[in-house]
Design a binder for this molecule. Structure first.
Ligand SMILES: Cc1cc2nc3c(=O)[nH]c(=O)nc-3n(C[C@H](O)[C@H](O)[C@H](O)COP(=O)(O)O)c2cc1C
Length: 200
């Protein structure tokens, strides 16, 4: 039995193309598996600010009640990641980058001493032994070009937390034409069919 954490970052909820593909992927399995859905549109994670960051770095014994609540919220998000054997991320491209809601989520789960730690040799991720699948939906086509601001960034971020086994599935060119959109979604679906048995 596996635990799957599905993180949806589309502003359109279940209507988002990245969410649809992530749903199809997760729906293809799951007999006896546990699925946790973290929908960042439905339950937005607040932006990181000085107060929140101050709470994260305060010594546990000296936290105020407010700081404890802020840390508990971040801990809740991190516990979902810790539980997960498989992480499925729906990743839309908005204005040449990742959705700001996803950035806010990342800012809450990157915690020194909790999800990564510093050593003499640099940072070491603590969320090891997991597999991640990223469903990237884009209006244009960027894969393999310098304008793909998402792939390396998300890979680097996940690796920083110790999640190094990451597979990207792209649905690109969604806004170019109906034909481009249909072909791209079909290709992504074929990838899902290929990946599902690998995952089971
Ligand atoms: C606010 C907004 C900004 C967008 N910016 C881009 C962009 O910079 N590049 C791009 O290729 N597509 C862009 N798109 C198109 C989306 O990437 C595309 O609609 C994709 O399906 C979004 O994923 P979703 O359907 O899961 O929300 C944008 C869409 C929206 C709504």
């Amino acid at each position: 039995m596996k635990t799957i954490l599905q993180v949806n970052a589309s502003i359109l909820g279940n209507e988002g193309q990245s969410t649809r593909l992530a749903n199809e992927f997760v729906g293809g399995f799951g007999y006896g598996d546990k699925v946790i859905v973290r929908d960042l549109a439905k339950d937005p994670v607040p932006h990181l600010d000085a107060e929140r960051f101050g709470a994260f770095i305060a010594k546990p014994e000296s936290r105020t009640l407010k700081q404890e609540a802020l840390v508990a919220y971040s801990d809740g998000l991190i516990n979902e990641l810790k539980q997960a054997d498989v992480i499925v991320l729906g990743l839309p491209m908005y204005n040449f980058g990742v959705p700001s809601m996803l950035k806010a989520y990342f800012d809450h789960v990157a915690r020194a001493g909790v999800t990564f730690r510093y050593t003499d040799k640099g940072a070491v991720g603590l969320l090891t032994g997991k597999k991640a699948y990223v469903f990237a939906a884009r209006g244009g086509i960027y894969q393999g070009t310098p304008a793909d601001t998402q792939t390396q960034y998300v890979r680097d971020f996940l690796a920083f937390l110790g999640i190094t086994n990451v597979e990207f599935i792209y649905a690109e060119g969604l806004a170019i034409s109906d034909a481009s959109r249909e072909a791209s979604i079909l290709k992504a679906r074929k990838s899902i069919e290929r990946l599902v048995p690998a995952f089971a």
